[in-house]
Design a protein around this ligand. Structure first.
Ligand SMILES: [Zn+2]
Length: 53
């Protein structure tokens, strides 16, 4: 499971999309999981990976 998440993160180059304003940003996967990354535009820390299902 962790391995799968890591592989997916690598595939999308650690790029995340803000759920609120849809802006993309690059951030280390670990920091996002710890909630240390927030959107520069709206300040939200609700981020998702590029692919959504
Ligand atoms: Zn945002």
């Amino acid at each position: 499971m962790a391995k799968f998440a890591e592989a997916e993160a690598r595939r999308f180059h650690n790029t995340f999309v803000c759920r609120i304003c849809k802006s993309k940003m690059k951030a280390p996967n670990m920091k996002v999981m710890q909630g240390k990354v927030s959107c520069r535009k709206c300040g939200s820390n609700k981020l998702r990976t590029v692919k959504k299902k």
